[in-house]
Design a protein around this ligand. Structure first.
Ligand code: PEP
Length: 264
């Protein structure tokens, strides 16, 4: 039990996985776990972020889940509306397809696909203006951590965000702290280190907005069924963004269960 009144969120980031038949099995299996042991949405919100091509079929497949599972886009265009932008999916197109949530600024997008501050802030602007809710990812590299720059880097990323968020839009934002060195590496930040950074992010958010106390800050980076409880026990960790372990229904379910139980 932690003191926070924020409902935890556990979000599976499927990245560029899986093939369609595996995706169907994964959802089927997740639905079976939720049927056998429903997790109250007031105790933990569960969401999955499939590939763009699978968003609508996954959303459709989840319609009859025993517990509402939200569908999240992994990214969106830095261009708004509709038009001659080959390969792009805008905030408005997501909204039009009833996809109400989107990840922005994942480190893989920043590092591998050239998402710089101007692109990320454009994405934030369009998503929020279209009425989407965003999960904004921040995190430092190993080199930055070793140089003692972790806090500075992460708080700068929060400042980048705040430069484009209007006062009332803060309620549509969640933060995911994902130290880059912990993503997909099996190295999790210790609960103490993660909590310390979350506390700094919380303090930064409180300076920026009256909603600061209520913004969910998720942790991401090799979250697994066996470390979820310790992370969930930290007061400023309000959920998890889960990569690898979200591709197995059992481990993903157990992570959500750990947050639901530990936070209530
Ligand atoms: C992620 O990419 O968001 C992530 C946290 O991945 P993993 O859980 O595999 O480290």
């Amino acid at each position: 039990m932690s003191g926070s009144t924020i409902t935890p969120w556990v979000v599976g980031n499927w990245k560029m996985n899986p093939m369609q038949s595996d995706s169907q099995q994964l959802i089927q299996s997740l639905k079976q776990y939720l049927q056998a042991g429903p997790i109250d949405v007031a105790q933990c919100r569960i969401a999955v972020a499939p590939t763009a091509i699978a968003l609508l079929s996954v959303q459709q497949q989840l319609q009859d889940a025993a517990v509402e599972v939200l569908t999240v886009a992994q990214d969106l265009s830095r261009v708004a509306g509709t038009g001659a932008y080959t390969g792009e999916v805008s905030a408005e197109l997501l909204k039009d397809s009833a996809i109400h949530y989107v990840l922005i600024g994942h480190s893989e997008r920043r590092e591998l696909f050239g998402d710089d501050v101007s692109q990320i802030t454009a994405k934030v602007t369009h998503a929020l203006n279209a009425g989407l809710q965003i999960i904004y990812c921040v995190g430092e590299s190993l080199e930055q951590r070793e140089q003692g720059l972790a806090e500075q880097v992460v708080l700068q990323q929060i400042c980048d965000l705040s430069s484009v968020v209007k006062a009332e839009q803060w309620q549509n934002i969640k933060i995911a702290y994902e130290p880059i060195w912990a993503i997909g590496t099996g190295k999790t930040a210790s609960p103490e280190d993660a909590q310390a950074m979350h506390e700094k992010i919380r303090a930064g958010l409180k300076q920026l907005t009256g909603y600061g106390q209520d913004i969910a800050i998720l942790y991401g980076g090799s979250v697994k069924a066996d470390n979820a409880e310790a992370l969930a026990a930290c007061p400023d960790i309000n959920g998890a963004l889960v990569g690898g372990a979200s591709l197995q229904a059992e481990s993903f379910y157990k992570i959500a269960q750990a947050f639901a139980q530990t936070k209530h």
